[in-house]
Design a protein. Structure first.
Length: 236
């Protein structure tokens, strides 16, 4: 059943108090059962500042509460019909320190592309566990781009198809070694250091070293920028 109650605020602290207590987030979804279930499964150091169920309520909540991360459903009632993408476009300019992580049952290309292009830092499916959502929220807060492993390749292919771009060997890419290129592709797909290490049979510390080298050579400052760089060139 769909619940269109605008906001259900929690007693969690806001502002500096929230930051010191844990990672402050906002849950945006039009199903009250999902919101309450997700809230119960999130890690203890995730501070839920409030909930919203419509586009309009979500925009108002983001602006008022200024969460660090918004867990955002793609399909929401209200507003001008733009769903989660509309929330990002309208709220982000007035909440400059807030980041958006799409959380949806949909894996349709249009849904994925619309929210990522609007400014979402990642897209994971609702099949993720509370621990996985918590980790994804923390990674987004740290500046990473996060995709469900099942969606990563699809998301990158979708972006390339939409942009109509073809991969080219550029002077920038030539700066990377073969191993750095392997690490870059996996990190850009949203893999963690540990996942890259396991995939390539190398130490996590070695992965970290390669990532630092890649970012330096490409003159990028974060893994989120790295993902955007790779997407633009359809390198994945």
């Amino acid at each position: 059943m769909t619940n269109h109650d605008p906001i259900q605020s929690s007693p969690a602290p806001t502002g500096p108090a929230a930051a010191s207590a844990g990672l402050p987030i906002l849950i945006v979804d039009d199903h009250s059962i999902f919101r309450s279930g997700l809230r119960a499964e999130l890690d203890p150091n995730i501070v839920v500042l409030g909930e919203a169920a419509t586009v309009d309520a979500a925009i108002a909540s983001v602006i008022e509460l200024q969460p660090r991360v918004v867990l955002l459903d793609v399909h929401l009632p209200g507003g001008r019909g733009g769903g989660g993408a509309e929330v990002i476009r309208e709220a982000a300019p007035r909440a400059p320190h807030t980041l958006f992580l799409a959380l949806s049952v949909s894996d349709a290309a249009d849904d994925v592309v619309s929210v990522i292009r609007a400014g979402a830092r990642g897209y994971i499916t609702k099949s993720a566990s509370g621990a996985e959502v918590s980790e994804a929220a923390r990674r987004v807060a740290d500046g990473d781009a996060v995709f469900s492993p099942r969606l990563a390749g699809f998301v990158l292919d979708a972006f390339g198809a939409v942009a109509g771009e073809t991969a080219e060997t550029t002077e920038e890419l030539d700066r990377l070694s073969a191993r750095e290129t392997e690490v870059m592709r996996l990190i850009a797909r949203g893999y963690s250091y540990k996942e890259v290490a396991s995939t390539l049979f190398i130490a996590a510390k070695t992965v970290e070293t390669h990532v630092s080298s890649v970012l330096r050579k490409l003159q990028l400052s974060s893994r989120h920028e790295l993902t955007a760089w790779a997407l633009e060139r359809k390198l994945l």
